[in-house]
Write a protein of this length. Sequence first.
Lengths: 487, 290
Amino acid sequence: MRSRRWALMPGEPSGNAEPKAAKRLPVKRPRAPMPSQEPQVRTHNFNEVALGYTEELAVGEAERCLGCKEAACRQGCPVDVHIPDFVSKVRDRDFRAAYEIIKATNSLPAVCGRVCPQETQCESKCLLGKKQEPLAIGRLERFVADWAMAQGVDKPTRVESNGKRVAIVGSGPAGLTCAGDLAKKGYEVTIFEALHAAGGVLIYGIPEFRLPKRIVQHEIRNLEAAGVEIRTDVVVGRTITVDELFDQGYHAVFLGTGAGLPMFMGIPGETLNGVYSANEFLTRTNLMKAYLFPEWDTPIKVGRRVAVVGSGNVAMDSVRSALRLGAREAMIVYRRSEAEMPARKEELEHAKEEGVIFHTLTNPVRILGNEEGWVTGMECIRMELGEPDASGRRRPIPIQGSEFVLECDTVIMALGTTPNPLVSQTTKGLEVDKHGCLVTRDESGLTTRELVWAGGDAVTGAATVILAMGAGKKAAAAIDKTLRGST
Amino acid sequence: MFKILSKRELTPVTKLFVVEAPLVARKARPGQFVIVRVAENGERIPLTIADFDAGAGTVTIVVQEVGKTSRLLGALKAGEAILDLVGPLGRPCPLTDKGPVVLVGGGFGVAPIYPIAKALKAKGVKVVSIIGARTKDLLILEEEMAQVSDEVLVATDDGSKGFKGFNADLLKREIEAGREIEEVIAIGPMPMMRAVAQVTEPHKLRTLVSVDPIMVDGTGMCGACRLTVGGRVRFACVDGPIFDAHEVDFTETIRRGKMYAAEQKLALEKMESEQRARAGGCGCGHGGGR
């Protein structure tokens, strides 16, 4: 079946195919590169790095799609975007139809097109990828979403209320998706957000140069236009409890409380001035706009040499933000090798292009400070890889006697997070596992408490935007099914 | 937006606001705090709750004008609104059943001591309050404290009222005079709380302090407020802000509190020069005349 597809590749005689069928033939050409700001320019600003496909690039890239009947790419998508269908509409230049197809299952396409790890999801399943580069599905999705935004055709319709109320805790990708899907079905949805602005990690975590905040704000305004009420400055677990939400007449609750508390290594020197958690560093930069200090009031301290410990997307966001905030040298310190780095491929490539220095197989032992308590360096030890551990990755082992001092004046710990206990501690019947993650009873994210669902990092621990969105989506479907059944 | 129902000037630089915040008021307990933001491009700053009234739906906050944000807040008037106010955050102060409890409030730290005194008094616990300031004009809430304390002792650094010296010295005198004390709760500037801890430690007198570190979100997400307590790193926003005074690493906490001193100064200077420019001059010091 697959080989037959390849037999129909353009450039080869297509026999006596009908003209209509010929039009659908994939065009064999290399993957269209993403127009981007030059590395030496972009490290001095916070503007978006990837500029997006033009119409011509998008159509040309769409023409590469094999249009597989049993689209493997769709199975790689946590929210089941009907990928070949929308790509085919892009090819026809019917961008509006393409947008409708994406939007039917993905409530935040402009976000996903930018931040999804496509190389491990849809694009990893693309048959084109067997012999050449896979179809640039994420870039096409972004193109379509941006086109719709620019044309103003992405205005939502408000569905008449069905009289049922759902409370969503947290306005990150899980909460926004769950809210969007429920609003479409006529539920009266209220999102409760602890911070002063909605968007969760999309607002406080992911930097402007990767996900412009105007895009997140646009998606949030659309949700509000669809009837979703957003109440900021409400900390569920403190300002109001889950039980009180039910008392107030909500019929179901979705918990999308996110990643929570930053982890530190527990090594000496972590409370020195100049040591940040990535959460703090990114929140100051993104949510509080510290890069605009003193026009904006929140400051940030970035030294000449910045060391970021970790190698996930959050580490890459931190190290690249540090460069833009004026660091002369921005370094990644990671205990394993590059092959094990969990960051999205594009982020790694961008970081390298921008001159980030990688200290792999290196693990911090302690942070050193001067008499005033400011960071002056970090003692590290070299590592080697042993046998695979529980995560399947080769376990790093310290090489005795290989300690050395890495000079730096800012240290950012990007080691992951543990879930925030505020909700679980204040809600009766809500169980957590040994990591503090909410326990779910089924695929839909139903918790151990009746009529309470959960999804995203609060359940899985730190993961991706799209997985959180997938969880929000499944929960919305289950909430709908349950509440409809209860009438 | 959170409406300011009334405002009182406690000293020229200390302002008390009664703010409409029904959800916060319903949940607030003594010792908890709120995070406030006063402008769209503004900082988030923590302020300890100075009083709350669930029935009226109000919380009271007291701000001392030291930096840009506290000055902007201090300049707000009754009828205006605070852009964001979120809480109540942190763990409530543990309230003992066994008195007498000595409450020590220094400077505008008297404000957060007040609801603790009120709650203890309501439980029938004997409350002795030591309140202090640099000079008598900077003493705040003396009458209010008298209403919720069995006894109020005053200390001023310059001796303009009551005991001449620091709160900690007055507490030391009372301990050495044999006053019966079960517990001490001290809130005020870090050096004062450290001094109180040093006074009570030799007597193995249970002592609590409320730390006031730099915070961003106030819900555990950022870790800016971390400090070492009993050798362990804790987050003041979710594990505190009230900790055992004898376990807090004050030196580290004071040092971390000064992390942005240069930036705070810059922001304040910029605001002052802009205000002068608006008032007619250019800020050059030549009076703005042509």
